[in-house]
Design a protein around this ligand. Structure first.
Ligand SMILES: *Cc1c(COP(=O)(O)O)cnc(C)c1O
Length: 390
């Protein structure tokens, strides 16, 4: 496999069963054929059969976080960001104040959202690759009694860091404040139980670790908080309380739901269960990550993060400093070989990301490693180490 490939002629094109490249991205991601096939029917959004699908999804998601009778699930149309915005506007009262724990693009987006919806906040900004530590949260909350809510990103997908959510939650509980979790890219693959982490609300979406297709997000929240959210939201379409109240009353989504996406999601949830639920999925994703990182390090690539913080979701690698390296060519060559990787999202240094989630298995990870090796050979990138001044 070390034989030099010509740039135009990949040696080992590998592709998914559908013939499309594998998506090594954090969503949309490669879904199973069964999930895609579930979209081949049309559904009436007000019909009993579709209402039953919505109801089953809600029940399964509440179970996934051990929510029991105390929690409920509210699905919301749109991408994940719509659900985050809906949650922040609905659960943080107009006179509330948030602490945003920021270490990447999604924490920044939460802050920006608070500016749009005019909620007071302070941020703990740790830059690109350091986690917000429980001691820091503890100190800020001890000092600022006005803070009512803490917003934490579970896996910050822009670097792939898995933030220390348990410790953060303990600090928030100690001070009697409320925790809002963006577990968009982790829920379903990283355990998150309200028995350990009693969040007031958690947000995720269809096209991440549950392996559905894009189109809606969902909010898991304490029923008492859903009650109390009445009147908080500035937005009709993003009002979580209203969506919840109407859905409980009628079984329907207030406005047109992405019916095909919803039905595919239930199919994805059944496969998630068959794989062994959260534990089973975590085992496969962690296995994918381990193969990836071992292979990349053997080739001389370096990860942004120390091992302790690397999630089983997505991993950031530094771009090689070698003069022949060019990201767009690298990307195109890997795509020709059947894999789509992800550009980096760091502020100061060139990087790229490779995801481990979706219908990817050990052979897929070995396949992408082969494609990367061939690409480096073809481009003449003989040294894969990053610049010293990183
Ligand atoms: C994917 C993601 C979101 C939502 O992104 P959308 O593009 O709106 O779906 C939010 N937070 C995190 C941590 C994510 O990974």
């Amino acid at each position: 496999m070390t034989k030099t490939a010509s740039i135009a002629d990949p040696v080992t094109p590998v592709s998914s069963k559908s013939g499309d490249p594998y998506l090594l991205t954090p969503g949309p991601l490669t879904t199973s054929l069964r999930t895609k096939q579930a979209m081949l029917r049309d559904w009436g959004s007000w019909d009993g059969d579709f209402k039953a699908v919505t109801a089953e999804i809600r029940t399964r998601l509440v179970e996934m976080c051990d929510g029991g009778n105390e929690y409920d699930c509210v699905p919301m149309q749109g991408s994940g960001t719509f659900s985050v915005e809906a949650a922040l506007a609905s659960f943080i009262p107009k006179d509330g104040k948030a602490l945003v724990l920021m270490n990447g693009a999604y924490g920044q987006r939460a802050s920006k959202t608070l500016q749009y919806i005019d909620r007071d906040y302070v941020a703990l900004d740790k830059g690109d690759y350091l986690p917000p530590m429980p001691e820091e949260v503890d100190a800020i909350l001890a000092q600022d009694k006005e803070i009512t809510h803490v917003i934490a990103v579970h896996c910050e997908t822009s670097s792939g860091i898995l933030n220390p959510l348990q410790g953060i939650s303990d600090a928030v509980q100690k001070h009697g404040r409320k925790l809002i979790v963006d577990s968009m890219s982790a829920f379903g693959a990283v355990p998150l139980s309200v028995k350990d982490i009693p969040f007031v609300c958690m947000v995720s979406s269809a096209n991440k670790c549950i392996e559905g297709v894009p189109g809606f997000g969902f909010i898991l929240a304490k029923k008492s908080e859903l009650e109390a959210a009445k009147g908080n939201s500035h937005s009709l379409s993003l009002d979580v309380h209203d969506q919840w109240a109407v859905m409980n009353k009628t079984g329907q989504w207030r406005f047109t739901p992405p019916t095909h996406t919803v039905v595919a999601f239930l199919e994805a949830l059944k496969q998630h269960e068959a794989e062994g639920g959260v534990e089973g999925r975590l085992a496969r994703y962690a296995g994918n990550r381990d193969i990836l990182i071992e292979g990349m390090r053997k080739m001389g690539f370096e990860t942004l993060l120390e091992d302790e913080w690397i999630s089983p979701i997505i991993t950031t690698f530094f771009c090689p400093k070698h003069e022949n390296f060019d990201f767009q060519t690298f990307y195109n060559e890997i795509k020709k070989r059947g894999f789509i990787i992800y550009p980096g999202k760091l502020t100061n240094i060139a990087s790229f990301r490779i995801g481990c989630i979706g219908q990817l298995h050990a052979d897929t990870m070995h396949g992408v490693l082969r494609a990367i090796r061939e690409t480096c050979d073809a481009m003449g990138v003989t040294d894969r180490s990053p610049p010293e001044e990183r």
